[in-house]
Write a protein that binds this ligand. Structure first.
Ligand SMILES: NC(=O)C1=CN([C@@H]2O[C@H](COP(=O)(O)OP(=O)(O)OC[C@H]3O[C@@H](n4cnc5c(N)ncnc54)[C@H](O)[C@@H]3O)[C@@H](O)[C@H]2O)C=CC1
Ligand SMILES: CC(=O)C(=O)O
Ligand SMILES: [Mg+2]
Length: 540
């Protein structure tokens, strides 16, 4: 029989530990007397003390480490602090600082949680899954570390991303932290620096690929679905060549989605819905040129086509409004060896090898950066967009900040304050000619927490594309006229829990109407979702 948790083991368990907030009665009952200083603090005071320490340093990586160590000590306080200071702390647990943490992962490593599944475990993955302490897991974010943000192959350092995404699931949408599991698949790394770093914690050999790779992924997915049958699996930061293939294999078999392809599409389509609302036009009026034709850009293109079809265009008319520019230049029909997905957007125009030439050829109304090419939206590019359009849409969505196509200040300055702007990583407000612009993040973090909440609440069996369009519309519904007047295409992060709940509601309605939900519709869906959401409160 399991021993009741008491004494120092209580303090070592982050899910029950309340530290200096344990009441007199709890200290007595849990045999904690003498193990804590005598004064009893409220959670508000504990949070105040923690934030004082966080604000003492300007080093964001140190802030990250402080938060990570709190997460390992006292998860209730961690989420209390994160929820109450989301605008200040999201850039630490998420982009851009999480990118630095992943790069330095082996050098700042202290504690572990989550699951590491390596190629050496092939044939025994179920045993590893059975070692996980959680009885119930509702949601998994899994990466293999090969395309971490725009930073490339960071091997097992990529574990920082599933941890960060799951922190946002809880903070933004109230997914219970004990029912989530970050997972890192380790098949080696092709990063030369990691291959020779004596502190690197993953397998120090080149990545294993081919059948062995897909067999390991299959074994992992079947093992977690066997132990936790309804678990939702979010694929995150896989390299392009695996991301599309894994989604194709699994999307009709298990509850899963790829955040970089589908979550990014949802937030970007929402950005277009909000921007065109500000202009008094429609998404289907836009002519959109993507810098990048990878996971994110193709995911966005495909969902934009669905959004334009919903506005009355045919599929071909919608595709005709979308242009792609990749590492080889503008995607044109005369190019050899175009993948099927890219070929759908190839145009019968002369090839262009510079982005500026592509702008002069295409004359887009909107440009979207998803190629991790820092500075690609330079003064010439932005100036051309300002010359061609009264209100150009400029989305610099690559992460982290060091990979952004332009800064918010550059976008507003070179378009004389006329652009409608969104960024992947945060930028502070920009003052220009007496007006303050408040740029907000076109980042999948606005949608995946609400999508997860809606899908989990309704026990959705699959996550079809309609979910991402429903989430895009829902997100735009939360943008106020005041937001738009300030240049914000997304709502304030201080509202993120009600925003996520609203997205979850629309997603849940979609799941219920389309027959993928496995529950009956509750009398009051909003109240039911609110009730379902975890709130960081001490038990006693
Ligand atoms: N804001 C958000 O929510 C999200 C942002 N991203 C960001 O988007 C970026 C790309 O991610 P993925 O699409 O997953 O990567 P990917 O590897 O699938 O695609 C990258 C694309 O960029 C193109 N490219 C590379 N160098 C180029 C150059 N010099 N000029 C033009 N195109 C070039 C490649 O040909 C490829 O089409 C990353 O920085 C990532 O952080 C990704 C997902 C979500
Ligand atoms: C935001 C995100 O998922 C990425 O940059 O990969
Ligand atoms: Mg990602």
């Amino acid at each position: 029989m399991a021993q009741p948790l008491e004494g120092v083991n209580v303090l070592r368990n982050p899910y029950v530990n309340e530290g200096t907030a344990f009441s007199k009665e709890a200290r007595e009952k849990l045999k904690l007397r003498g193990l804590l200083p005598p004064r009893i603090l409220t959670i508000e005071l504990q949070a105040k003390r923690f934030m004082e320490r966080v604000r003492e340093t300007d080093d964001n990586l140190v802030k990250y480490e402080l938060l990570d160590s709190l997460r390992h000590r006292n998860r209730t306080l961690y989420f209390y602090v994160l929820i109450n200071h989301i605008e200040e702390l999201m850039p630490i647990v998420y982009t851009p600082t999480v990118g630095k943490a992943c790069m330095d992962y082996d050098h700042i490593f202290r504690n572990t949680d989550g699951l590491y599944v390596s190629i050496e475990d092939k044939g025994q993955v179920a045993e590893l899954v059975s070692n996980c302490p959680q009885e119930n897991v509702d949601i998994i974010v899994v990466t293999d570390g090969e395309r971490i943000l725009g930073l490339g192959d960071l091997g097992t350092g990529g574990m920082g991303i599933p941890k960060g995404k799951l922190s946002l699931y809880t903070a933004c949408a109230g997914i219970h932290p004990e029912r989530s599991l970050p997972v890192c698949i380790d098949v080696g790394t092709n990063n030369p620096a990691l291959l020779k770093d004596p502190l690197y914690l993953g397998l120090q050999h080149p990545r294993v690929d081919g059948d062995a790779y897909y067999e390991l992924l299959e074994e992992f997915i079947l093992a977690v679905r066997k132990r936790w049958p309804g678990v939702l699996i979010q694929f995150e930061d896989f390299a392009n060549r695996h991301a599309f293939k894994l989604l194709e294999i699994w999307r009709d078999k298990v509850t899963c989605f790829n955040d970089d392809i589908q979550g990014t599409a949802s937030v970007t389509v929402s950005g277009f819905m909000s921007a065109t609302k500000a202009k008094g036009t429609k998404v289907s009026d836009e002519k959109i040129l993507f810098l990048g034709a990878g996971e994110a850009a193709l995911g966005c293109s495909n969902l934009l086509v669905q959004a334009m079809i919903a506005e009355g265009l045919t599929e071909q008319q919608a595709r005709d409004r979308i242009f792609l520019f990749d590492s080889k230049g503008l995607v044109v029909s005369s190019r050899d060896n175009l993948s099927h997905d890219k070929a759908l957007y190839a145009k019968d125009v002369e090839p262009c090898t510079t982005f500026l030439d592509a702008i002069e050829t295409v004359k887009p109304t909107a440009i979207v950066g998803l190629a991790a090419q820092s500075g690609a939206f330079n003064a010439y590019v932005l100036g051309a967009m300002a010359r061609l359009n009264e209100r150009p849409i400029i989305f610099a969505l690559s992460n982290p900040t060091s990979k952004a196509e332009c800064t918010a200040r550059e976008a507003y300055t070179y378009t004389e304050g006329r652009c409608l702007f969104a960024c992947g990583s945060p930028f502070p407000p920009v003052e220009l000619n007496g007006k303050t612009f408040v740029p907000r993040q076109g980042n999948n973090s606005y949608v995946f927490p609400g999508i997860g909440l809606g899908a989990l609440y309704t026990k959705a069996s699959l996550i079809p594309d309609g979910v991402f369009l429903a989430a895009a519309r829902a997100l735009t519904e939360t943008v106020t006229d005041e937001d738009l007047a300030n240049g914000s295409l997304f709502p304030s992060l201080t509202e993120v829990r009600s925003v996520s709940r609203h997205i979850a509601q629309r997603v849940a309605e979609y799941c219920l109407e389309s027959g993928i939900a496995q529950i009956e519709k509750p009398a009051d869906l909003t109240a039911a979702l609110e009730d379902y959401m975890y709130k960081p409160k001490y038990l006693d």
